[in-house]
Write a protein that binds this ligand. Sequence first.
Ligand code: SF4
Length: 322
Amino acid sequence: MRVNDWLVELLSSEPQVRREELSELRDAIDAEATSLLDASGVPVDDGPVVVSKSRLAQLDRCERSTVASWEATTPPEPPSVSALAGRALDHFVAQVLVGGRLRESSHDLRAALVAHGDHEALGRIDEWEGGDDGVEFDRCIDGLAAAVLDAWTGVDPSWAPRTQVPAVTALAGGRLRVSGVVDVELGGPHTTRPGVVVEVKSGAAAASHRHETYLYGLLVALRDGTAPAVVAQWYPGTAPAGVAVTIGVLEAAAERLLAGVRQWSRLLAGAPPSASPGVWCGWCRVQEDCDVAPVADGGKAVAVGDGDEAEYTPEVEGEQPW
Ligand code: SF4
C-alpha cells in the first residue's frame, strides 16, 4: 500500500488527546521525574540526566552493557550489514520524501552518507566491496530502495513531510532531558493535516516496536504541546501499522519513560548494573569480562539469532548530540 493512500484514509482523524489532558500528564511526568532524581542521589552539578529513546532500548536489554557504552572512550564496533541497511532505509525514505526520487541505490546511499559525514559507514562499505558482505549489502539495499520507491513516492506535499526530526524536552527544572529522533513526521501543527508519526523499520516486526512508537508519540506531544493523531511503524513491503494516539497510549509511554529515568539515574548515582544476557551479547563491549554471556566454542560471547537480531543496531549506542 502506498503511504499516500494510507494518509488519505487518515484525513478525517481528529486528535484524541485534549491539550488539558496532555498538560496534566506533563505535570505528572515532571513531578515524578523530579522525585526520582531526588531519590537517586545523582548530583545536580553533573548536568542533566539524558534519557533518550536509544538509551531506553539499551537499558531494556542490559544495564551493564549500557553503562559500558556510556563510559567508553573508543568508537563502537563497526556496523554490521543489517545495521547499515537500517541506516540506508532511513536515507532512502528521506530522499524520496524530500527529493521525490531515487536513481541508483548504492550511488544515492553514498551521496547521502557523504552529505551526513558518515565516514564510518562509508569506510565499512568500502571494506566490503568485492566480497560476500558487499554482495549481500548491495542486494539488501536494492530491495530496500525498491520498497521505498513503491511505498513512499507521491506523498502529497500538503502533509509537509519531515525526516529525522529531533524531539527533545527538558523536564524536572532542566535536570532531565528526554529525547529521540523521529524517522518521519507528517502533518501536525502549522499544517491543515492531522499529526502523524512514522517509525521506519528495516528488520522483522517485534512487539517492542509498538512501544517505541508510543514513546515517539509522547516525545512529540511533549515537544509540541499537542499530541499527534496517529503513530505508526512501517516495514518495507507492508502497509503502515497505525494506532490512534489516546491519553492511554501516552500514559503507557510515560510509564516506560519514567521507569527508564529511575533505572538510569540510579546507575548514574553508582548503583551496580545488572547483566542480562541475550542476542545483543555478541556486540557487547564487555563480553570478554562477562561471566553470564552465552559462550561459543571459541570462548567468545555469541549472538544467537532471533527476530530481534536484524533490528538490533549496536552502533546506536552513544547519546544523540541533541
Ligand atoms: S555480555 Fe551480555 S550480559 Fe554480559 S554485559 Fe554484555 S550484554 Fe550484558
